[in-house]
Design a protein around this ligand. Structure first.
Ligand code: ADP
Ligand code: MG
Length: 244
């Protein structure tokens, strides 16, 4: 058995004539933290949405433990539970409490019994420093707190891979570090993560692999030392100059 979880081959996504992803190839192994950086419009969100099939690719292959998730008859509901997603805009249920937000998907999707789901929710909320807020509604929370609840909701599903799409981009600056620290702690637990981010310090410090996307292709990929210390492509050098 290899410890490859996801393998993406020749992935392409078109919206009409607009080819947004062109021949994307990547591999994610168990425990890896993969950061995806690149300009706005380069296709990063489309790639994440393709990976968990919110927006199915036009062509190419996505293998999950060697199984083609684009094949007919593949169980999408189970797959989406195993490949979780955290959004920039949290997407919490505003009419539910913090605890209910974390309990409900476990019960509806994983069919966990309520008591087990509740125990799991409390443990994960505690891990993310949100246990004092179990009875609060999302509207009572700061952006950073909402995002930690959203992360807790995904983590409680025991995903094999968690996808993050610019999880700190909608936050006030003083909240950003709370969320990045929570994500750093999660990475240390061995959770496999793919993180689209503009937080270069996080990408540099926490990632095993950094992937630079440009115009729908992976322009360059390497260790943080390679990408930030010695980028080979002019487009990567140019992009990173703004962050120096
Ligand atoms: P990024 O996340 O890197 O900013 P996106 O993946 O959101 O980039 O978008 C890449 C390109 O795909 C953009 O030109 C965007 O306008 C286009 N795009 C994204 N989603 C859609 C859609 N649902 N329909 C049409 N075009 C889209
Ligand atoms: Mg995006």
């Amino acid at each position: 058995m290899t410890d490859t979880i996801l393998e993406v081959q020749n992935l392409q996504k078109k919206f009409g004539q607009h080819e947004v992803l062109r021949d994307i190839n990547l591999t994610v192994t168990k425990g890896e933290v993969l950061s995806i950086i690149g300009r706005s419009g380069s296709g990063k969100s489309t790639l994440l949405r393709g990976l968990n099939l919110l927006e199915p690719p036009t062509s190419g292959t996505i293998l999950f433990h060697g199984e083609n998730v684009l094949a007919d008859g593949f169980n999408l509901t189970q797959y989406r539970a195993k490949v979780g997603m955290v959004f920039q805009s949290f997407n919490l249920f505003n009419n539910l409490t913090v605890l209910e937000n974390v309990v409900v998907p476990q019960v509806t999707v994983l069919k966990r019994d309520k008591a087990e789901a509740k125990a799991k929710a409390i443990a994960v909320l505690k891990q993310l420093g949100m246990d004092p807020f179990v009875n609060a509604k999302p509207a009572q929370l700061s952006g950073g707190q909402k995002q930690r609840v959203a992360i807790a909701r995904s983590v409680a599903m025991d995903p094999e891979v968690l996808l993050f799409d610019e999880p700190t981009s909608a936050l006030d600056p003083e909240m950003v570090d709370d969320v990045l620290n929570a994500m750093t702690d999660l990475a240390k637990t061995g959770l496999t993560m793919i993180v689209v981010t503009h937080e270069m310090q996080f990408a540099r410090d926490v990632s095993d692999t950094v992937l630079f996307m440009n115009e729908g292709v992976v322009a360059e990929q390497g260790t943080p030392e390679q990408i930030f210390g010695d980028p080979q492509q002019a487009v990567t050098q140019d992009f990173l100059k703004r962050y120096l």
